[in-house]
Structure formats: C-alpha cells, structure tokens
Ligand binder design. Structure first.
Ligand SMILES: Cc1cc2nc3c(=O)[nH]c(=O)nc-3n(C[C@H](O)[C@H](O)[C@H](O)COP(=O)(O)OP(=O)(O)OC[C@H]3O[C@@H](n4cnc5c(N)ncnc54)[C@H](O)[C@@H]3O)c2cc1C
Length: 396
C-alpha cells in the first residue's frame, strides 16, 4: 500500500496472520477478484523463518495419517508449477530444488523402523527404493561408514521457506492485498456472524469473511466463541544453520535424514551453500529459547549421520513454533461461525501444504464450501469434542 493512501477498512476477505498460510490465502483470494487485507505486525515472519522446507510427503508419512497423505501428495505435485507461478508474480526465486531425499538407518533398531516405514509406503502406493549401506554411501559419500541401509525417495524435494515467505509478500502486494501492520486483538461478532476484527490500537476492520491463519496463536484470538476456537497448540522446534564452504561442495546432494535413538534428525542442503540441520520436537508452550541441550542433541545426531559436519561453520541457531492440531492435519475452510474461516494447524507440513492450502481456501472463500480434496480437513471435525476431550486427544 502507498504510505499516504488511507487504509480501506472494509474488504471482502480479512486474513488474520501473515505467515505463509495467511499470505498464500490472501494472494489466491486477491487473484480471484476478492478485495483482501492481511493483519499481522510482521507479515512474512512466523514459523517459515525457522522451517527447513522439506517437501516430504513420503518420508514424513506416519501411521494414522493416510487422509493427510492425500493432501500432502496433491500439494507436492503442484509445487513445480506453483513455484514457477509465484516466482513470475513476485520476481523472486524460491529456492525450489527437486533434489530427492535419502532416509538412512544407523543401527538395527533404526533399520527395523525404516523397513516398517518402507512397507507402509508400499501399501500406500508410494515410490521409494530400499538401498544397502554401501549403496547409500555411493549416493552420498559424506555419510558415516556405519550406515546400515536406507530408503531413496526421489519425489521428496525442498524449497527455501524464507524465500517462499518473501515471494508471497511481494506477490500479495502486487495483487493489491492491503497490509495492516498490527495485532488483531478481538474478533467482531454481530448477529451470530463474524464481521471483522478490532486491532490492538482500537481500529475496527470489517470484512465479509474473516480468515483465522494465526499459526500456533490461532486459538488465542479473543471473541471467537468457545466451540469455534481452533484447538491448535505450539510445538517447538530448534534448528541449526551451517555453511558449506565452496571447497567442500557438494557436501550433500540431497536431503539426508534418520531417526537416531528415537529422535528425527535431518540435513537439508541448499543450493546457496546453506545446510539446515533440524529439528527438535518439544511441547513447551510458546517458549522459543534456543537451549544448549537442543543444539547438543541436533549436533550429536547429525554428527553420527555425517561426521564431516563438525568442520563446517555454525551460522545460526533458532527455534520456531509449529501449529499442531489434535490429528496433525490442518483445519481448513468454514467454521461453525458464519463469516469465519480457518486456515491453520498445518503442524510440520505447512511449507509442503502451501500450494494446496492456497487453492483450497480460494475455493472455500468464493463458494463457501470445501473442494472434495479437502473435505476431511473441515474444522467442524472437532466441533463435538469438549475442550477437555480435545486436550486428551493431543499426541504426546
Ligand atoms: C523447526 C520447524 C521446522 C519445520 N520444517 C518444516 C518442513 O521441513 N516442511 C514443512 O512443510 N513444514 C515445516 N515446518 C512447519 C511450517 O513452518 C509451518 O507449518 C508453517 O510455517 C505454518 O505457517 P502459518 O502461516 O500457519 O503460521 P505462522 O508461521 O506461525 O504464522 C502465523 C502468523 O500469524 C500472526 N498472528 C497470529 N495471531 C495474530 C493476531 N491475533 N493478529 C495479527 N497477527 C497474528 C503471527 O504474527 C505470524 O506471523 C517447520 C516448522 C518448524 C517450527
């Protein structure tokens, strides 16, 4: 928005939260001709500033998440076209890299776990190939000699989430989205319908439809009726960034990951020489402290996998919050309160799910209904659970 033009305070769509999910929703809504505004003190920030950016529909497959798998795969398929369209619209490169992933095992327990994952992938019709330890090291010579085997998944790629957020911000601005750089304090409700929000400075913004896309803070917006409030919680993740000097390149040619003593560790090599090592999974509320223990565990596990990382400069340590939902799947589309839609709860797949979420929300905002591919993600699936029941359903 031009700094001297007065903000329009009534729009078709008002998105609360300018993380990647709020921004993709706003961009797609504006493209459909809806006048759209975003409220966020720091749009383009949020969890994407920390996330690794794995597009891991296959290697992130977990038991009981088969419904989510369908949307994850659909979003992964859309990524090349989405990345090209967004790069064109924003003039920014997203760092999308079709590099594939190698998930490896370091001992017999890890190997058994990976074999089970392979069987689950095969039953789900996914493509992955079992490799011996030697075959893994042939693909990635920096791997530890002790690697016992692995799964080669050529369809799990990566994008740079910071670049994704920056590109979405520019694309929104170019599409005419209005930004209110402030905090939404309260949802306005009149005659049993959401009508907009009131900002921390008292400004009232009105909208035909309000979209709550506040990430891990989505459940904290005042004024949302109890049964409608999304059951989203923060799940902390600590991440390290290292730099691969030119003389070591290519240090790794694809994402390498493993489960070491029960915790997941991954190394994501970017084309610009950055190596992202993640991530812890901690249920500690909104705490984003980087701890010595978190950094130690990540380095210890990553070092077991790829001993050479100790040579690399450590350039950044950071913690972020994944927006976790009771079933680890997002809440998308109309809520039980007319005029209020949700786009939240993307947990550990928000980067992967950005293209699909944009399309689903554009459909929901223009038709009032979810498209078939997203019917399983309606927020109404939690409508019957009491707050206590919802709490008990949350995974440890
Ligand atoms: C360590 C870590 C690693 C990850 N790795 C991956 C990965 O490899 N692949 C993948 O697909 N995903 C990954 N994720 C998950 C992904 O980053 C998130 O799912 C995604 O970024 C969530 O985006 P969001 O827009 O919903 O929420 P957020 O990024 O949390 O953004 C929410 C925004 O809403 C704003 N907001 C909230 N409430 C209000 C309010 N009342 N008023 C105004 N503004 C408000 C906040 O300021 C914030 O900017 C990772 C996450 C973490 C933390």
């Amino acid at each position: 928005m031009h700094p001297h033009s007065p903000p329009r305070d009534t729009t078709d769509v008002l998105v609360v939260g300018g993380g990647i999910i709020g921004l993709v929703t706003a961009w797609r809504a504006a493209q459909r001709g809806l006048s759209t505004a975003v409220v966020d003190p720091e749009p383009g920030g949020g969890a994407a500033q920390v996330a690794a950016g794995m597009l891991a529909a296959v290697t992130e497959l977990h038991y009981g998440e088969e419904t989510l798998l369908g949307l994850n795969l659909a979003s992964a398929r859309r990524y090349p076209e989405f990345a090209a369209e967004l790069a064109e619209a924003s003039g920014r490169d997203l760092g999308y890299r079709a590099c594939g992933t190698l998930a490896v095992a370091l001992d017999s327990d890890d190997r058994a776990h990976l074999r089970e994952l392979h069987a689950l992938q095969e039953r789900s019709g996914l493509t992955s190939e079992w490799l011996s330890g030697r075959e893994c090291r042939r693909l990635e010579p920096m791997l530890a000699p002790g690697v016992r085997g692995g799964l080669r998944v050529d369809g799990d790629h990566q994008v740079d989430p910071r670049r994704l957020a920056a590109a979405l911000l520019v694309a929104c601005e170019r599409a005419g989205v209005i930004f209110h750089r402030g905090w939404a304090e309260r949802l306005s409700v009149a005659a049993d319908r959401a009508t907009g929000v009131v900002l921390a400075d008292g400004t009232a913004l009105a909208a035909g439809q309000t979209v709550l896309a506040g990430g891990s803070l989505s459940g904290r917006l005042a004024g949302v009726p109890e049964g409608v409030l999304p059951s989203v919680r923060p799940v902390k993740g600590q991440v390290l960034r290292l730099a691969v000097p030119q003389r070591y390149a290519p240090f790794l040619s694809r994402t390498v990951r493993a489960v070491v003593r029960g915790s997941s560790v991954y190394l994501v090599p970017r084309e610009n020489g950055e190596l992202v090592v993640g991530a812890t999974t901690e249920e500690l509320g909104w705490d984003t402290t980087v701890t010595a223990g978190g950094v130690y565990e990540l380095l210890r596990d990553a070092h077991e996998l790829v001993p050479g990382i100790t040579e690399l400069p450590l350039t950044e340590t950071r913690a972020g919050l994944r927006p976790g939902s009771p079933d680890n799947a997002p809440l998308l589309g109309p809520s039980a309160l007319p005029g209020l839609q949700l786009a939240t709860g993307h947990y550990r797949n928000g980067v992967l799910l950005t293209p699909a979420t944009g399309d689903v929300m554009a459909h929901a905002l223009t038709t009032g209904e979810l498209p078939d591919e997203a019917r399983g993600f309606t927020p109404l699936r939690f409508a019957d659970a009491s707050p206590t029941q919802r709490f008990m359903e949350q995974p440890a």
